[in-house]
Design a protein around this ligand. Sequence first.
Ligand SMILES: [Zn+2]
Length: 63
Amino acid sequence: MLHQGVRTQTRPPVGAVRGTPPSLRPCCDSYVCPVCEQVVELTDFRQVVWHQRPGHQPMEMND
Ligand SMILES: [Zn+2]
């Protein structure tokens, strides 16, 4: 009875090791504002609020 050493379920499930939540993916955290054509970072609440105002100017970026 030496057959018990062979198993097929030792591999981890494929696709179960994703560390980044969908909401924080680099491809989805910014958009181009249709009013001022500036890139809006959705992770920055100040930018989101700013670009929701009608007829606004591009936000000044103080880096
Ligand atoms: Zn804007």
